[in-house]
Design a protein around this ligand. Structure first.
Ligand SMILES: [Zn+2]
Length: 363
């Protein structure tokens, strides 16, 4: 069984208002799950709108991350209050936790992404981290959310950094799925890869303009936020588990193992992983196009103010055995890096990262 999409998707301006009748039909006592203090006004609006419909509404916040500590604490809150649904309103960590908790308790999940940083509002997948933000594993869920509310008015209030991060994560879909899955003899997987190519092109055309006009609702901005939050999810839904991630996410997972004082967003780390993946393709698989792709992506990433080296993520790879740790984790037996169509060993990662951190990319 493949879960391709949420049962209902409300999108555009005032999507939340349009979704409200269906939400109130589905649930009588929802729990609103959030995290960031920056989105408290939006969560209060959701709370008040539901209260005005005479619903019994409770709230809870993640304390750390999408981690087992928060998950079990919030499960207990839901059981105590007898909540009959989870409304996850926030970024990827909140959406992933909400989906996971709802599935464990066999109640519906409604996702309300409050930024374009992720396609987690769409997918039947949760990434689990430690409370310090170290990646542990991804969990395939039984179904996509029941209702996805992608309200542009909400998303417009998010910092532009979240949009840049979402662009980097969505760009990775094409570069990862095309190299891991192009030989899979399954029409839907091939079509998912083609959608991810169109998605990349859209982001190359509109991404920078959208970023620079974050607070103006124009066609470039709308195309970009929907590409990051909806189309990227659709690619995952159609492609399913065969449409795999590869080195960019494997390197992301490894980088999160090193705890740093400043937290970086998922897509910001994936973006660096993507540049490294392309360097691996060039150095280990003799891919002559990879260098052009690096230059093209590097230029866009600079314009979006995204980090382009591990050093810019606050990690010196030449200290504290960090390079060794990243190479070890990237090459674990169950790592997605092994979906690349050529063999990768620890030494390859050490070599490519060393070269990468010392290089000056010219565009
Ligand atoms: Zn991702």
């Amino acid at each position: 069984m493949q879960s391709i999409a949420p049962e209902s998707v409300f999108r555009g301006s005032n999507a939340w208002e349009k979704a409200l009748p269906q939400v109130t039909n589905l649930t009588r006592s929802p729990l609103i799950l959030g995290r960031s203090i920056n989105t408290i006004n939006l969560r209060n609006k959701i709370f008040n709108d539901l209260k005005n419909q005479n619903l019994e509404v409770n709230t809870a916040n993640l304390q750390f991350d999408c981690c087992y500590e928060d998950i079990s604490r919030i499960k207990n809150i839901i059981l105590k209050n007898n909540s009959d649904s989870v409304i996850a309103a926030g970024g990827g960590k909140v959406l992933d936790s909400g989906k996971y908790i709802a599935e464990c308790l066999n109640i519906p999940c409604i996702t309300v992404p409050l930024s374009a940083s992720t396609c987690a509002g769409w997918t039947a997948l949760s990434n689990i981290y430690t409370k310090n933000g170290q990646f542990l594993k991804d969990v395939a869920l039984g179904s996509c959310p029941k209702i996805l509310v992608y309200d542009h008015e909400f998303i417009q209030k998010a910092p532009s950094r979240t949009l840049a991060s979402g662009i980097a994560d969505a760009l990775a879909k094409w570069y990862e799925s095309s190299i891991t899955s192009s030989k899979i003899d399954d029409g839907l997987v091939q079509q998912a890869i083609q959608i991810s190519r169109v998605l990349r092109d859209q982001l190359l055309i509109d991404g920078e303009k959208a970023f620079n006009s974050q607070f103006k609702n124009n066609p470039s901005w709308r195309n970009t936020v929907e590409a990051c939050g909806l189309t990227a999810g659709l690619v995952g839904g159609i492609g399913g588990e065969k449409c795999r991630t590869a080195a960019a996410h494997a390197i992301h997972n490894a980088i999160t193992q090193i705890i740093t004082p400043n937290k970086f967003l998922h897509g910001e780390i994936v973006g660096v992983g993507l540049l490294l993946q392309l360097r691996l393709e060039e150095m280990k698989n003799n891919n002559k196009l990879a260098d052009q792709s690096i230059k093209q992506l590097f230029k866009l990433m600079k314009e979006l103010n995204l980090p382009t080296t591990i050093a810019q993520l606050g990690i010196n790879v030449f200290e504290n055995n960090n390079l060794e740790k990243i190479a070890d984790f990237t090459c674990q037996d169950n790592s997605d890096i092994h979906f690349l169509p050529f063999e990768i060993h620890k030494q390859d990662i050490v070599e490519v990262v060393t070269h990468f951190e010392q290089q000056k990319i010219k565009i």
